[in-house]
Write a protein that binds this ligand. Structure first.
Ligand SMILES: NC(=O)c1ccc[n+]([C@@H]2O[C@H](COP(=O)([O-])OP(=O)(O)OC[C@H]3O[C@@H](n4cnc5c(N)ncnc54)[C@H](O)[C@@H]3O)[C@@H](O)[C@H]2O)c1
Length: 409
């Protein structure tokens, strides 16, 4: 069944990677959606435009329901031009890794129409206050919507031409801050984004902005990386080790340890703010079972959940190949590069503001910062991290829990 919007809507998508490919193919299939992709990275816009003209554009699902756009008849355009496409936008969507958000928001905010919403798809922890910061600095009143994660597991098969959707999530959370009441706002904005995505995943609103930060769970990838590589002797490996299914008791100790610290912070906040809802931040084991009810064969322990989850078949640690064909870990991959400065550090500042100790999270951050050539923690305290290199609340002037909650209103 075709999807349609009631009236014509200019959708400007920023990005050029896997997710941006799926989103542009999917949303340009909606009647009345005028989609422009802005991709300023290297020569991607040119390559994408050429590939589409010659070969068309396909979003492949592998179930016979592929979305196919014929060669020479693309339903969307790809360009490097920021100002013109932001000025005419009814909604701006960022679909890219979090470390690019600061650069893109800086270039978008001066030109975005006064009530045009900005959507992070995904936004990930801290997107709300970062986008609000840029909008407010430029006197803009658009809404900000932050979607917790990408709706699909997806990989580009042929750049600018074909992308594979490996899986689509059933349901994802979002947070949203409405600064005004006109244009796409509130339920109207949610309906717009849901129409672009289709029936799945179902978008579910999380009202509590602090709890939303926990739901992203930056306590998965960094603990698994830490457990695997903290004692690595530096010698290249013959093959890339399994990421989830290669976990051991040490990995469980850090996964559970970091997650339980997050639950401890949530429990503390629930007592301090009885009117806010901090429920539902489950243990790591329950979280995996909730996400993969069918695929996990042995649900008895956290370790068995990791080892017997068929969705994780074949997923390996991020590695770089050496000249002689061996493998070394890639510490600059998103598992650390995104999930520490755009995840774990935000949890750490919330813990500091709440006065809750987090020894396991600290241990992981202290190791990760040596791999990311950064200094995030010193003498047990979080250091200031500038906005270009992380998204901790203090970089946006937020120093207390009250300021955090009030900023995102
Ligand atoms: N792809 C997935 O299956 C998946 C699943 C869950 C979550 N995510 C998350 O969703 C987000 C988007 O993922 P993705 O796979 O689409 O990203 P991606 O890795 O495909 O993004 C790469 C793109 O980012 C842009 N880029 C990279 N470096 C840049 C630079 N220095 N300057 C300007 N642009 C640059 C380029 O357009 C590049 O093609 C990420 O946060 C990722 O962690 C992805």
């Amino acid at each position: 069944m075709s999807r349609s919007l009631e009236k014509s809507c200019n959708i400007t998508i920023f990005g050029g990677g896997n997710g941006a490919h799926v989103l542009s193919g999917l949303s340009s299939d909606v009647v009345n959606a005028n989609v422009t992709v802005v991709d300023t990275f290297q020569d991607e816009a040119e390559r994408w435009t050429k590939a589409m003209a010659a070969n068309g554009f396909t979003v492949k699902y592998g179930n016979g329901k592929d979305l196919v756009q014929a060669p020479g008849k693309p339903k969307f355009t790809v360009t490097k031009e920021v100002q013109k496409n932001v000025e005419k936008a009814d909604v701006v969507i960022l679909c890219m890794p979090a470390f690019l958000h600061e650069m893109v928001l800086t270039s978008v905010a001066p030109y975005v129409p006064e009530t045009c919403p900005i959507v992070g798809l995904p936004g990930q922890p801290g997107f709300e206050y970062q986008a609000l910061f840029h909008l407010r600095q430029n006197g803009k009143k658009g809404s900000v919507m932050s979607i917790e994660t990408l709706p699909w597991a997806c990989r580009i098969a042929k750049y600018g031409q074909e992308v594979d959707v490996i899986g689509t999530k059933e349901c994802i959370y979002f947070s949203s801050v409405d600064q005004q009441s006109s244009g796409y706002v509130g339920a109207g904005l949610v309906q717009l984004i849901q129409t672009l995505l289709g029936a799945k995943p179902v978008l579910k609103r999380e009202e509590n902005i602090i709890k939303y930060t926990f739901l992203y769970r930056p306590t998965v990838h960094p603990p698994l990386m830490y457990a695997k590589w903290k004692n690595w002797d530096g010698k290249p490996l013959d093959a890339a080790p399994l990421f989830y299914q290669g976990a051991d008791e040490e990995a469980v100790k850090y996964l559970d340890g970091a997650t339980n610290e997050m639950i401890k912070i949530a429990d503390f906040l629930q007592t301090k703010y009885p009117d806010m809802d901090f429920s539902g931040i489950s243990s790591m084991q329950d979280c995996f079972i909730g996400e993969y009810p069918e695929q996990i064969k042995d649900k008895s322990t956290l370790l068995s959940c990791l080892k017997t989850n068929q969705a994780y078949d074949g997923l390996v640690h991020p590695m770089k190949k050496t000249d002689d064909g061996k493998f070394v870990p890639d510490f600059k991959y998103r598992y650390l590069m995104e999930d520490v400065p755009y995840g774990l550090l935000i949890i750490k500042q919330i813990a500091e503001m709440a006065g809750v100790a987090t020894p396991i999270i600290d241990e992981i951050i202290l190791w990760a910062q040596t791999k990311l050539d950064a200094e995030y923690l010193k003498d047990g305290k979080l250091c200031f991290v500038d906005r270009k290199h992380g998204r901790i609340p203090m970089a946006f002037g937020i120093k207390t829990l009250e300021e955090f909650v009030n900023y995102c209103k």
